[in-house]
Design a protein around this ligand. Sequence first.
Ligand code: NCD
Ligand code: ZN
Ligand code: ZN
Ligand code: ZN
Length: 425
Amino acid sequence: METILIRNVRAVDSLRDAECDILLKDGRIAAIGQNIAAEDTAFRVIDGSGLAAMPGLFDMHVHFRDPGQTHKEDVNTGSAAALAGGVTGVLCMPNTTPPMDNPEQVREFLERAKKTGVDVHQAGTLTVGLKGERLADYEALKAAGVTALSDDGRPVPTAELMEQALANAKKAGLPVVSHCEDLAIIDGGIINKGAVSEQLGVRGMDRLSEDSVTERDLQAALKTGAQLHICHVSTRGSTDAVRRAKAAGGNVSCETAPHYFLLTDELLLKQDADYRMNPPLRTPDDVQAITEGILDGTIDCIITDHAPHTAEEKADFRKAPNGVVGLETSLAATLTAFYHTGKLQLQDIVRLMHDNPKRLLHLPVNTLSVGEPADLILVDLNRTWTVDPDKLHSRSHNTVFKGMTFTGKVMMTITGGEIRYTYEE
Ligand code: NCD
Ligand code: ZN
Ligand code: ZN
Ligand code: ZN
């Protein structure tokens, strides 16, 4: 393994935001400070001037479609997309084919994932077959290596079943990650219910679907004392509900994705299914509420909900499946929306995209200190670029940010002391 010396880089983690040199050796950070001598000519020296170094990002909500839908993505293409986006750790949702309710399948997947250079974690299902009928065996899933439990893609149908799931998850010591949606309210809706759905004459997805089940699950978490994380928050109502449950002392947290703080449902007027995901793009008032939730700490993490689908599936605006890819744009989108507008410091972004997700999943939170793993990214904060779907490393190109210009580009990703990705023009 190469010894790597990064010179004159802006090092940013929960402990520091300072210019220094960083020495990587044998997969660890061997030194950090001023004027580290390159005494050995075998060192690879990287000029970090103008770049920021931060711990590799952790995205606790991705869909790698492996096994079963690998024409959309697999663990290798998903990991390549992650590395290109500066994401060095992920939590994969269990709505694979078949779903991840089976310890053997979890073991097999995690074994294959070891070769990717990404710290790949897997969630087990809450219910057998994602059917919302019987609870899965959480102790067995935990023994197989799952990091959390979720039926993402579908809600748990009743409060009773959710309470039982939370109680069992608490016993197993696993967090529950909940997709909050009321399918009776959705009733075939495909975009946010409002002026745009009316104008297009398509069925809408009322925000009450998200808000009511979020409230239901938060109440169940308060009652059971279990750890609950709310998925992909998109509305003012669910942000407010999480804020209240935190104030009431719940062991609760939540996440949002860049499309919910950057975009609104006006984009659906294009009638392009690449702008469709679940929950849907909402209104300017929701964007405002999500932004406030990030700024006041109600929203703990920025995730992607990276949900690859093929161009063929996305061709029909009304019939296409929901979901957008996001691993290669999440940091750039976040820097553009929050750092370059002066709303957040870089250390806040490290907290939202590394520290908090890892803490919530009970994984070690990395810093750039001596002895820590050499898992870090180099970012050109001021480099402007335009999102070109054809240049993505993901097997699917259904990005909601196509043609948009962001400021901030991941230039290099290092994990286990090895350079896994280098940006090339
Ligand atoms: C996800 C998918 O495609 O698996 N789609 C989406 O629109 N978010 C499912 C999910 O996250 O609920
Ligand atoms: Zn890990
Ligand atoms: Zn979901
Ligand atoms: Zn999802």
